[in-house]
Design a protein around this ligand. Structure first.
Ligand code: CP
Length: 326
């Protein structure tokens, strides 16, 4: 019997540490087999439906390619071409799709709606629901991030990982990437620093949970509004700032943000404050020039392509172990 057959993958908070360890172990095994051209037919004759409310490069293609590598079939569903666009409910959509296949994956980042929608699908689905990013969580990204950190560092214990993020409640933008990271990393003994300009607070419940996860697992969690403090002696920096979410804002708002937070950019000078062997990570897409200098993201400290590549292997592990026979 597959270890996690039928288990929903909505947030890593609902997965025990031993279960996450197993997912990571299988991700690494699948990566090795993929690179060695070894067969990994764990999803033969299995189908997954991949529903997207928003655009994606990494998530869509890691899922589609991944299910093919595992011998199954993934159906990409742009929800604007489904009856969801005419108001069909999450319940009806999940009930029907789950009668056609073996897994349903969904990206829905709409603020205040996405997670609720995915939860409603989970209640009504007879097959595992995989969260491909909602307004609150991005577990596929978190898993790939952790795998990448484990690959490049000897131990995660006492590693200083700084997550630099600007999120404004007033802009109602998803907080799924930093929130997933601050919850997950302290569970691995990591010393997490979250840095952001004043006023960009993450929700209280998330901060409290991150502190609890740290206390229970030997990690630590602290908040600073000083970007330099976050970079100082950091082993890993993950700066994904306001620059990446200005895309849908008006020109006036963008100008205002760029001016107000231009100090919150990942520059070579900032990187010099960190450990000499610091790693630069970013979930991507990055807003080159505005949030990070090209010389940093393309430089010797950057592991962003390894991080993106690992999305394939972690996605495969989740699918193989929840809907396949791994
Ligand atoms: N990091 C990430 O989820 O990328 P996409 O939006 O391209 O899927």
């Amino acid at each position: 019997k597959p270890l996690f057959k039928g288990k929903h993958f909505i947030t890593l908070e609902e997965w025990k540490k031993e279960e996450i360890d197993k997912l990571l172990e299988v991700s690494k095994e699948l990566k090795r087999k993929f690179l060695n051209n070894e067969p990994t037919d764990y999803l033969t004759n299995k189908t997954a439906f991949l529903m997207f409310f928003e655009a994606s490069t990494r998530t869509r293609n890691s899922m589609e390619a991944g299910i093919a590598h595992l011998g199954g079939h993934g159906t990409f569903l742009d929800v604007s071409t489904m009856q969801i666009s005419h108001g069909e409910s999450a319940k009806d959509t999940a009930t029907i799709l789950s009668s056609y296949g073996h897994g349903i994956a969904c990206r829905y980042c709409n603020w205040g709606i996405g997670n609720k929608y995915i939860r409603e699908m989970a209640v009504n689905s007879t097959v595992p629901i995989m969260n491909l990013q909602c307004d609150i969580y991005h577990p596929m990204q978190g898993l790939a991030d952790l795998m990448t950190i484990q690959e490049v560092t000897k131990t995660t214990k006492k590693l200083k990982v700084s997550i630099i993020w600007a999120y404004a409640k007033s802009h109602k933008k998803p907080i799924s990437v930093p929130l997933t990271q601050i919850l997950l990393f302290p569970r691995y003994g990591i010393d997490v620093t979250l840095a952001y300009p004043k006023g960009y607070d993450l929700p209280d419940w998330a901060v409290e949970q991150a502190r609890k996860n740290a206390e229970e697992n030997g990690g630590s969690f602290k908040i600073t509004h000083d970007m330099k403090e976050a970079f100082t002696n950091a082993d890993v920096v993950i700066p994904k700032n306001w620059g990446s979410w200005v895309n849908n804002q008006s020109t006036a708002v963008i100008d205002d943000l760029l001016e107000s937070y231009k100090g919150w950019k990942c520059t070579e000078d900032m990187m010099k404050l960190a450990s000499p062997n610091v790693y630069y990570m970013h979930a991507l897409p990055a807003d080159r020039g505005n949030e990070v200098e090209d010389s940093v993201i393309d430089g010797k400290h950057s592991i962003v392509y390894q991080e993106a590549e690992n999305r394939l292997h972690t996605a495969k592990a989740v699918m193989a172990m929840t809907m396949g026979n791994k």
